[in-house]
Design a protein around this ligand. Structure first.
Ligand code: CA
Length: 602
């Protein structure tokens, strides 16, 4: 109410100083009061904004996009909001977070690859000073900002370092933070766990005492805490970056138990069931197809029980995240903030086919711990812990049943392909399987137009949109002024798509180009056309409206379009700090994108 009081005082002073007398002065004061009230009312109508990001999940992994995994809370948001069918990320953890937070393409923000400093402007492993985060952009407009979960846009990550934390959440505009600075780790003992600017141990945390610590729960609980403790006089921006369902496959037994036996039908049957549900939901058209084989070297029969367990745990991780999102929604309702909060849910890249922990046969758990226990104050330094706190060695390899904290396994290429139904490729690649994400947007106060016959909720939006649009949308809704002294934001506000009852309203008058580059994999999309290539392979051309599964390469039939779109891509690469992959990582070094067994690539 402070701004209102200031406004009222200034108007009152102005009217007293006015040469007008009596009723005229009263009329001026009344008009002034009305304007002040209107402007204050307008300010208070600005919505809270919550962006929820999930990790390493495919396009079909939540219920309202085709999954058999139970996600009732996300499904309810979709029913009361909108689902975008062609929303895009950047194919990988770090660049997606850089792009989401800044509204730029990742290389422009300094994170064209991961956290390593490659001594190139587009590849510094830190957000640069030529960008602002959404929190920084919204602060002058009066927003409070909170971040929870995975940060992963800095290379200052080791608990023992006293390096400058210049690029941590509180130094990039957020008022409070709870989460991990690094990009992956144990869900039962996460590395780089941090509150505000201080590393903490989850087992000695007076603010969040936990007997059965699980990171996804901790993220949900801190999101609800920040909402509860927020001063309602101001609007807020909350960024919730879950690590579910990134490897390792870690979940609570009670959540896993629910999925026991749900995957006995096998990879292909689950893929077909998802495809059918996706068609029914309308999130794909029949122009997409699963009429192409799953990877041939999969489904080793002797490990089938083990690989079912991998997917059961993956499902449990998603389920637990959805339960947490339900608690966030309930907290908003309890706080009277539900109606005027925009909630967006999306995923950072497609399903992950990396072979984490899937090497030669692993060992069964020993009956007794073989290592000295770790103290409650111990700050876990490792992405892959060597042992549990109570002294059991962490195990990897085929046959090691995942779920508990002494295992560290990924769910592998077959399930990742099922996750990405019906699209090609995975995390790392910029074919549709790598870059397609659901986007659910839910904002009751903004979407209720009140016009008769409106079908404003439960709609599908088919406009191609991208992470870069999340900054533009936040700035638009907040009434913020985007600073002039940093790189202009690349995206467009999708507010018109949220508030219009029209089934499809273009964000821009003409189709705008969207661009991707990751580890030499490249793509550009203009309207229905997409030009895409794997690293050091020829361009492929697809009509996405007719062939989103990218099965029919039209590059030979339409060389003129290939030429035009290549020129667009080249101009983008030149202006956006994109370098040839060989220059980023010289050939003698291992390529992070190349599949390796048992080697972490974050
Ligand atoms: Ca990821």
């Amino acid at each position: 109410m402070k701004p209102l009081l200031i406004l009222l005082s200034s108007f009152a002073v102005a009217s007293l100083r006015s040469p007008l007398r009596g009723s005229k002065r009263f009329a001026l004061l009344a008009v002034s009061l009305c304007s002040a009230l209107v402007s204050s009312f307008a300010a208070e109508q600005r919505p809270n904004i919550i962006y929820i990001l999930a990790d390493d999940m495919g396009f079909s992994d939540i219920g309202c996009y085709g999954s058999e995994i139970d996600t009732p809370n996300l499904d309810a948001l979709a029913k009361g909001g909108l689902r975008f069918t062609q929303f895009y990320n950047t194919a990988r953890c770090c660049p997606t977070r850089a792009s989401l937070l800044t509204g730029l393409y990742p290389h422009q923000a300094g994170i064209g690859h991961m956290m390593e400093d490659r001594k190139l402007e587009g590849y510094t492993g830190n957000l640069n000073k030529k960008c602002v985060t959404i929190a920084e952009a919204l602060k002058p407009a009066g927003y409070k900002s909170y971040a929870v979960g995975k940060w992963h846009v800095t290379n200052v990550t080791h608990p023992k370092t006293d390096a400058d934390k210049f690029n941590w959440p509180l130094q990039r505009g957020f008022d409070r933070f709870y989460g991990t600075i690094h990009g992956a780790g144990s869900f039962f003992d996460p590395n780089t766990l941090t509150r505000d600017n201080t590393y903490i141990s989850p087992f000695n945390d007076a603010e969040y005492p936990a007997t059965d610590y699980y990171y996804t729960d901790a993220i949900s609980d801190h999101a609800t805490r920040f909402i509860r403790e927020h001063d309602k006089a101001k609007p807020f921006f909350l960024y919730v970056a879950y690590t579910a369902a990134h490897w390792p496959m870690h979940a609570k037994e009670k959540d896993i138990a629910k999925y026991k036996g749900r995957y006995t039908a096998g990879y292909e049957a689950i893929r077909q069931a998802r495809y059918g549900k996706m068609l029914k939901e309308g999130v794909i058209t029949a122009a997409s197809t699963t009429n192409w084989p799953l990877p041939a070297d999969l489904g080793e029969k002797e490990f089938w029980e083990w690989d079912q367990r991998n997917m059961e745990v993956f499902a449990a991780m998603v389920d637990n995240m959805d339960q947490g999102i339900g608690r966030i929604v309930q907290t908003l309702k309890d706080a009277g903030q539900y109606e005027n909060t925009l909630i967006c849910f999306l995923q950072d890249n497609g399903g992950c086919a990396e072979g984490m922990g899937r090497g030669p046969n692993g060992s069964p758990r020993a009956e007794t711990p073989s290592l000295p226990p770790l103290g409650k104050d111990y700050l876990q330094p490792d992405m892959i812990p060597k042992q549990t706190r109570d002294g059991f060695p962490v195990r990897q390899g085929k046959g090691v049943m995942p779920g508990a904290g002494d295992t560290y396994i990924g769910y592998g290429e077959a399930w990742a392909t099922v996750s990405n139904t019906p699209f090609r490729k995975h995390k790392h690649w910029v074919h549709e399987g790598g870059i397609s994400t659901p986007l659910i947007a839910h904002w009751p106060a903004g979407m209720k137009t009140g016009r008769p016959g409106d079908n404003a909720t439960g709609r599908l939006v088919h406009e191609p949109c991208h992470l870069i649009d999340l900054m533009a949308t936040a700035v638009d809704l907040a009434g913020a002024v985007y600073p002039a002294n940093v790189k202009p934001m690349e995206g467009k506000s999708f507010k018109p798509l949220l508030v219009s009852p029209s089934p499809s309203l273009p964000v821009s008058e003409s189709p705008r180009p969207l661009f991707w580059e990751h580890e030499g994999n490249r793509a550009v999309r203009v309207g229905d056309w997409k030009l895409v290539s794997e690293h050091n392979k020829p361009w492929e051309l697809y009509n996405i409206a007719q062939d989103r599964s990218e099965q029919h390469d039209l590059s030979q039939q339409d060389p003129e379009r290939v030429k035009q779109m290549t020129a667009l891509y080249d101009a983008y690469a030149a202006r956006a700090n994109v370098e040839p992959w060989e220059k980023v990582i010289p050939k003698q070094q291992p390529k992070a994108g190349k599949k390796k067994k048992n080697v972490p690539t974050k």
